[in-house]
Design a protein around this ligand. Structure first.
Ligand code: SF4
Length: 262
């Protein structure tokens, strides 16, 4: 599949990530900004917190169980931030005080993790799994945060450092995780039994059961989405779909839906 930029350079869209699939479903224009035009937006403090916390949580399980303490997690967060700061977020904070306040807030959010599960009683099967699987005629690539064996089968988990959406919006938030469910079933031959979204800023945990029939339906939905993406690229039509996400959208200033309104 190919797309053209303004400079007529073809862009090959060879793989689709669960996040970009979710973008297209929510707003095709948002997908275009990110996946076709590849317009980079300045990194935010929220992205920096998310990346650093994911690294710290991943490494927590490298430790022997008895050392998976809050203090150890905070140390891992600090060392991960030192690794990431200069290369990925060099100008994120104007002052040391701002950076320190962000760090204090980040550790308070991480502390919530110990309120939702006990990491000393858990041995994940895998963390930060690099998934690359073919579904129909598309290749899907993404990183799954964690997978473990639960009482009734596989559980796959996605960490979020932001706040949870209200419960009425929780099911749409599982869209990307259901795609990971499809990928895990293809890779391992085993159907995950539960999907879990762990929002540390709260904290709130949403968990849903999943079945083969639901994952079959998700595969069909993905194939339809891929067809719709192909059609959008061929016709160069990516309609904006204004909604509650617009309030946080980094592309709002350049979005045709808001042209001339601000
Ligand atoms: S501002 Fe709203 S409509 Fe425009 S790209 Fe972002 S999410 Fe889509």
């Amino acid at each position: 599949m190919t797309a053209m930029t303004d400079s007529a350079e073809p862009i090959l869209l060879q793989t689709l990530s669960p996040s970009r699939a979710a973008d297209f479903k929510v707003c095709p224009q948002l997908f275009k900004f990110r996946a076709i035009d590849r317009i980079e937006t300045p990194p935010t403090v929220h992205q920096a917190r998310g990346t650093t916390a994911h690294l710290a949580l991943q490494r927590l399980f490298d430790e022997p169980a008895r050392q998976r303490t809050p203090e150890r997690l905070y140390d891992l967060f600090r060392s991960a931030w030192i690794e990431l700061r200069d290369d990925e977020y060099p100008e994120l904070f104007a002052t040391i005080e701002e950076e320190r306040a962000w760090g204090v807030e980040s550790l308070a959010i991480l502390a919530n993790y110990f309120g939702v599960e006990d990491p000393t009683a858990l041995e994940p099967l895998d963390r930060e799994l690099d998934m690359l699987e073919t579904v129909g005629d598309m290749t899907i690539r993404g990183i799954l945060d964690r997978m473990e064996e639960g009482p009734d089968g596989l559980i796959i988990t996605d960490y979020k450092t932001g706040s949870a959406p209200p419960e009425r919006y929780a099911i749409p938030a599982f869209f990307a995780l259901k795609i990971y469910g499809v990928l895990i079933r293809r890779r391992t031959g085993t159907t995950p039994r539960r999907l879990r979204l762990m929002y540390l800023n709260g904290p709130t945990v949403y968990e849903i059961p999943v079945t083969d029939a639901q994952l079959d339906a998700m595969e069909r939905q993905l194939e339809a989405l891929w067809t719709a993406i192909n059609r959008a690229i061929e016709t160069e039509r990516f309609p904006p779909r204004p909604g509650r996400l617009c309030d946080w959208c980094a592309y709002r200033d350049m979005c045709p839906a808001f042209a001339g309104s601000e």
